[in-house]
Ligand binder design. Structure first.
Ligand code: CUA
Length: 337
């Protein structure tokens, strides 16, 4: 029995360590990949170190107090009371005050400045992100007009101004390896800086409980060389590729007539729904349903057949499609690159 309890304790410690570490390198604040995230991680390590020293000191004093506790019949030695007052002043007032004021100053005047959103007038790129139950709408305003979902791209070495809001409840936009989180509040816009010199893909996660599928509200940020980013953005800004064969025409017909278009937009068609993600270039994405499943024809087909099975509570209904209609729709959507 004790051994089983011991093992349960070890498992609990391992689980806590995983949670603290963000459950993986690509979503861990302890593996920063940008200057703002490095500032946050450094502050965290300093705070951890100082807290360890402070709690260590408190434990030593407790132990000393216990070892030198007053024994019945043996009075405390002369001068001990004066020493005790000094210890209380130093460890109870001076040190906590210095540490707390120091952390406050560093956090507010150094780290907060380094992680603040850039000036929207001077930053070369603004990305608008809207939180929905449960996906991320991503818009690149300005001349491009590109719209995508769940998979942001940004150019390396560029300070990107992310403007965040929500369409329904409060969400929170957080890419742990790149910067702090920012709340997405209905009717209000908040801004956060995203930037990194390191080409790569980083995971983001909604960090505010927002309903049944909060845990499955993930996204990714791909940091890529500026030239590749510009090519990607130009692709995403285009209307959909017109159907080039009978199968694709059939698929587009299903999309427009069977009900999909009342919730989804495909630019270049009459489908202008605004409830679900924009699907103009859905075939170019690696994942579906906010990084819940990979974007492959079998996964897309099972998502369309029964979305509630994969993500219970989401707003997408199962449509009454024949097998042939569904196959045509899947082929058409996967072709939208
Ligand atoms: Cu959106 Cu949690």
């Amino acid at each position: 029995m004790p051994r089983r309890r011991h093992r349960a304790g070890l498992l609990a410690v391992a689980a806590c360590a995983l949670v603290a570490g963000g459950c993986g390198r690509d979503q861990s604040v302890l593996h920063p990949e940008s200057e703002p995230a490095r500032e946050i991680a450094t502050l965290f390590w300093w705070m951890l170190g100082i807290s360890a020293v402070v709690i260590g000191g408190a434990l030593v004093l407790l132990l000393l107090g216990w070892l030198r506790r007053e024994q019945p019949g043996i009075p405390l030695l002369g001068g001990a009371e004066r020493l005790t007052t000094g210890v209380v002043i130093v460890f109870g007032i001076v040190i906590p005050l210095t540490v707390n004021v120091g952390v406050f100053v560093v956090a507010n005047f150094v780290v907060a400045q380094a992680t603040d959103a850039p000036n929207p007038r001077t930053t070369p790129l603004t990305v608008a992100v809207v939180g929905h139950q449960w996906f991320w709408e991503v818009r690149y305003p300005g001349t491009s007009g590109a719209v995508t979902a769940n998979e942001l791209h940004i150019p390396a070495g560029t300070r990107v101004n992310v403007v965040a809001t929500s369409d329904d409840v409060i969400h929170s936009f957080w890419v742990p390896q790149l910067n702090r989180k920012i709340d997405m509040i209905p009717g209000r816009t908040n801004r956060v800086l995203l930037e990194s010199d390191h080409v790569g893909r980083y995971r983001g996660q909604c960090a505010e409980f927002c309903g049944l599928q909060h845990a499955h509200m993930r996204f990714s940020v791909t940091v890529e060389p500026p030239a590749r980013f510009r090519a990607w953005l130009a692709e995403q800004a285009r209307d959909r590729m017109p159907p080039r064969n009978a199968g694709a025409r059939l698929g587009e017909g299903v999309f427009l007539d069977a009900g999909c278009a009342s919730c989804h937009t495909i630019r270049g068609t009459t489908g202008r729904g605004e409830i679900g993600p924009d699907l103009t270039h859905v075939g170019s994405r690696d994942t579906l349903a906010a990084l819940t499943i990979p974007n492959t024809p079998p996964e897309l087909a099972s998502w369309i057949r029964d979305p509630q099975h994969i993500k219970p509570g989401n707003r997408m209904p199962a449509l009454a499609l024949t097998g042939a209609q569904r196959a045509a729709l899947v082929a058409y959507l996967e072709g939208l690159r």
